[in-house]
Design a protein around this ligand. Structure first.
Ligand SMILES: [Zn+2]
Ligand SMILES: [Zn+2]
Ligand SMILES: [Zn+2]
Length: 477
């Protein structure tokens, strides 16, 4: 496999969407179209002491920068690699006394880079930071106010001996961060840990049913093909999760990214019938459907509240009750049912009630398979979690099947060198061996499983996170 370079793409004018990128040759599923290091990136405020400021890996023990005592690194290598970007930041942090928020820190890193290299095209970039969209003219009153506060704080933080930028330019940079800031995840892809600017990625337009996906791996992003892409075809990624009816997706995109989605799935409302699916036989009355939707919305709100307070048993109780009530009304692809299934399987796994969790997880995966693109990264991650839950519950055949399925998806969306794909490969090998043993000698299988569980070769379930599917770009919803 060759790593794509910028020779594989070309900037063009995409009708109705402004600039876009198109392929200059044919691609197949799992091809890397291009890889791009961050122009500038920072760790989120809440994680500055637990995530490396250079490679964005979560680590047990990090070394602190002796000067500012703010920056944290894996080791000397990461610290050395950071110095060019950190040098001016380090003294600014000392002078300022305390670290400003992530937006300000990112803006300053971008501007130190502009100061260092000029504002023209950087090597390997098809667009300069100056030329990225900022959408400041679309800002509402609230956003305008936040922008003014950010600019004020920035001016206090920005050292007087550094290059002076106009107010307009500073606003532009904050606008760029607001619409192009890409969410960086930790090495296992489980937690959003920071935000970065990737100019080339900023040129890739949105489609709710895209032909590419973006993954952050080892300090850079990769644009990967989800299927065959013909020469000359526009390259697209999805800025949001697919699992909402088209009207809601369009609202979300308009609100967060300031455009009206005209993709085929939105125009034709493709899959909306499945998202809103109701039972066929007997068909519930319209009144019953309406009532069930309202009940589901109310319950989801209660679930969200209970979950944020850590009342996991209450979450489970609410989900069980809702799923039972939804049963005679909603089809298995209905989004309200799928949201309950997703929460309850995740929380039950966390509570180690694997058997009950595994049944809900299976139903969820069955529904997802009918809705998502077969190579969707969210689908791959959900199938992986469901596979692990089934493995923990001792359903080795289902568990192994799901882990294989997840592995196949992640080979496309994450690539073979990504840590999660590697984890999955190890799980696939182990569950395959267990399955063989299960078929030969069930007694031995259970003995071995016990031993395996005691050794904990598989990752323990993470505490259920509050975030739904992470957004591609770092936006306040
Ligand atoms: Zn590091
Ligand atoms: Zn420092
Ligand atoms: Zn769309």
């Amino acid at each position: 496999m060759t790593i794509g370079s910028m020779e594989n793409v070309e900037v063009f004018n995409s009708e109705g969407k402004g600039r876009g990128l198109k392929a200059t040759k044919e691609f197949w599923a799992a091809d890397v179209i291009f890889a791009e290091p961050a122009y500038a990136a920072v760790v989120f405020d809440s994680l500055v002491t637990v995530v490396c400021h250079t490679c964005f890996k979560r680590q047990e023990k990090l070394h602190r920068c002796g000067q500012c005592k703010f920056a944290h690194y894996c080791d000397r290598t990461c610290q050395k690699d950071a110095w060019l970007d950190h040098k001016k930041e380090c003294s600014a942090l000392k002078r300022h006394g305390k670290a400003p928020n992530e937006n300000i820190r990112l803006a300053a890193r971008i501007m130190w880079r502009v100061e260092r290299e000029g504002s023209g095209l950087t090597e390997g970039c098809l667009v300069s930071v100056d030329d990225l969209q900022n959408h400041v003219e679309h800002f509402g009153e609230e956003e305008q106010k936040e922008l003014r506060v950010d600019v004020d704080t920035f001016l206090q933080y920005w050292p007087p001996q550094s290059q002076t930028f106009s107010m307009q330019y500073i606003s532009h940079i904050f606008g760029v961060i607001n619409c192009n800031g890409f969410t960086l995840s930790d090495q296992r892809g489980l937690q959003a840990v920071g935000v970065g600017i990737f100019p080339n990625l900023g040129l890739v337009n949105h489609d709710c049913w895209p032909n590419c996906t973006v993954i952050f791996n080892n300090g850079r992003i990769e644009l990967r093909a989800l299927g065959k892409i013909s020469e000359g075809e526009e390259l697209t990624v999805s800025y949001i999760d697919f699992l909402s009816v088209s009207e809601e997706r369009r609202q979300q995109l308009k609100q967060q990214y300031y455009f009206d989605c005209t993709c085929e799935h939105c125009q034709k409302g493709l899959k909306d019938d499945l998202f809103l699916g109701v039972k066929e036989d007997p068909k519930p009355s319209q009144e019953a459907v309406k009532e069930m939707i309202q009940f589901s919305k109310d319950t989801l709100e209660k679930i969200h509240k209970a979950r944020s307070e850590g009342l996991y048993h209450e979450v489970v109780r609410l989900c069980r009750e809702a799923l039972q009530k939804q049963e005679p009304v909603f089809a298995d692809t209905n989004l309200y049912t799928l949201r309950m299934l997703s929460v309850v399987s995740e929380v039950l796994s966390y509570l180690q009630a694997f058997d009950e969790a595994s049944h809900y997880a299976r139903r969820m995966v069955d529904g997802y398979m009918k809705l998502y693109h077969p190579n969707n990264a969210q689908l791959g991650m959900a199938v992986m979690r469901a596979g692990l839950t089934n493995w923990h519950a001792g359903h080795i055949e289902v568990g192994h099947g799901m882990i294989c399925k997840a592995y196949a998806i992640l080979l496309v969306t994450h690539g073979p060198s990504h840590p999660i794909t590697k984890d999955l490969e190890a799980m696939r090998v182990q569950t395959e061996m267990e399955l063989r043993m299960f078929r030969q000698n069930e007694f031995m299988y259970h003995k071995m499983r016990e031993a395996a569980l005691n050794n904990q070769p598989m990752q323990v379930m993470a505490e259920p996170s509050m975030e739904p599917a992470p957004a591609l770009f770092h936006k306040k919803p």
